[in-house]
Design a protein around this ligand. Structure first.
Ligand code: DWN
Length: 396
């Protein structure tokens, strides 16, 4: 049974930034009701009103993983570790985006799968075999018919974006060699609850996984987690190392049991925990709006930093528009000069002097706080303040 625990209201599609022409023409934006539920049997947390994939992942997808040094470093470290530990002959990445991960591997050893043609063309240009397709059994069969099995499949921040998880794992099982390894990473539900980062919920994040729910899912497909690592990317994620249940060569690391205990101790298996989270989200909204309203009463100028997909959930849930924030700064070419969905806040190109005359910055990309604070040393030194809503709204 799926029990609803949170309603974040009417939301536009998170990555659909608008052009000036869209605004002039009063383009009607696609809205959906962002409600989130907990499946009491499978322990899976999902949004209740999904949007068709083709509406979200198209030829104009703006996100580029390479915009953050933190992500590039994380992919590089993992790649070195994969080569050292598993030394695979053939790697497939599902959701290869702009090639930030696969660029660490030999072109002959990698297959990319990416449905957004604009980003897929980047890896094609780099010389990597790229299938511009959604991941499903049809594609798995096509690839298998050409190149046998794959030794290692990697997928970061992608499987949680696909509605039919049974099809996802069936097709992975079909193509993964018997001794092969599947590595997936996605935001961690435990971290999301601890940090009250309710902005992890938006149309693209159909699921926020926990080890509890992943274990349940994999069992049906004769797959199992043999190791798990907590990583700091994207606000706290989990990297799951998965094998076929029939493969006895890879032993199950004790981290798996330990992490499961953490999730159970926190109460991720109990509906009451979800209601607590919902109450925390309400408190968070109130606190953030209080901070903004106090600053605006003093006529302070506030801008946003990092026009993330996530922050749109916050802006639209808290009804933050240009009475509060003047504009957002961002480095992504496909976002610059456009307007945020719903709130219609302008996205200005970031440059080194962008923050020179600013006193308050709302951290849209709070997940890159460390990287941004390092970049904005001068701003901080001269007394510039950041506002964050994670884990509790405050001025830093
Ligand atoms: O799962 C998803 C993740 C991986 O990426 C997708 N559904 C969509 C996207 O989510 P997001 O937009 O919330 O991701 P990020 O990586 O938190 O976005 C960071 C944004 O901040 C980018 O637009 C780039 C920008 N940025 C910046 O302007 N200056 C980032 C850094 C680090 C900076 O210094």
């Amino acid at each position: 049974m799926i029990k609803k625990f949170l309603d974040l209201g009417q939301q536009p599609l998170a990555n659909k930034y608008l052009t000036k022409k869209d605004l002039v023409k009063k383009k009607v934006e696609y809205y959906y009701n962002l409600e989130i539920g907990f499946n009491t049997s499978s322990k899976l947390v999902s949004i209740l009103n999904t949007v068709p994939s083709r509406k979200m992942f198209d030829k104009e997808y703006p996100y580029r993983a390479s915009m953050s040094q933190t992500m590039l470093n994380s992919f590089k470290d993992l790649s070195m570790n994969i080569i050292k530990t598993f030394n695979p002959n053939l790697i497939m990445e599902i959701g290869s985006n702009d090639g930030s991960f696969i660029k660490n591997f030999n072109k002959k050893k990698v297959i990319c799968v990416e449905p957004c043609s604009n980003v897929a063309k980047i890896t094609q240009k780099m010389g990597y075999k790229t299938f511009i397709n959604f991941w499903n059994m049809k594609l798995a069969k096509k690839i298998k018919s050409k190149i046998k099995n794959v030794d290692l499949i990697y997928s970061a921040n992608t499987l949680s974006h696909i509605k039919d998880l049974n099809s996802v794992f069936n097709s992975i099982s079909h193509i993964l060699s018997d001794n092969g390894v599947l590595i997936i990473e996605d935001p961690s539900l435990l971290e999301c609850f601890k940090k009250i980062s309710y902005d992890q919920f938006y149309n693209e994040h159909i699921y926020i996984f926990s080890l509890l729910s992943i274990k349940y899912l994999l069992k049906k497909h004769n797959l199992e987690v043999f190791n798990i690592k907590k990583i700091t990317t994207h606000g706290g994620s989990l990297r799951y190392y998965i094998k076929k249940a029939s493969n006895n060569k890879l032993k199950i690391n004790k981290n798996v049991k330990t992490h499961l205990e953490h999730e159970l101790n926190f109460g991720l298996d109990k509906y009451s925990t979800y209601i607590k989270f919902k109450n925390n989200v309400e408190k968070s909204r109130k606190k953030l709006m209080d901070i903004f309203s106090k600053l605006k009463k003093k006529n302070k100028t506030i801008i946003g930093y990092g026009a993330t997909a996530k922050v749109n959930t916050v802006l639209n849930f808290c009804k933050i528009k240009n009475e509060t924030l003047d504009y957002f700064l961002d480095t992504t070419p496909n976002k610059i000069g456009k307007f945020m969905p719903g709130s219609h806040l302008y996205i200005q190109k970031y440059n080194k002097s962008s923050t020179n005359k600013i006193n308050y910055i709302f951290l849209g990309a709070w997940n890159f706080k460390k990287e941004i604070f390092k970049k904005e040393k001068k701003y901080i030194k001269r007394g510039g303040k950041f506002i964050t809503h994670v884990p509790i709204p405050k001025i830093i």
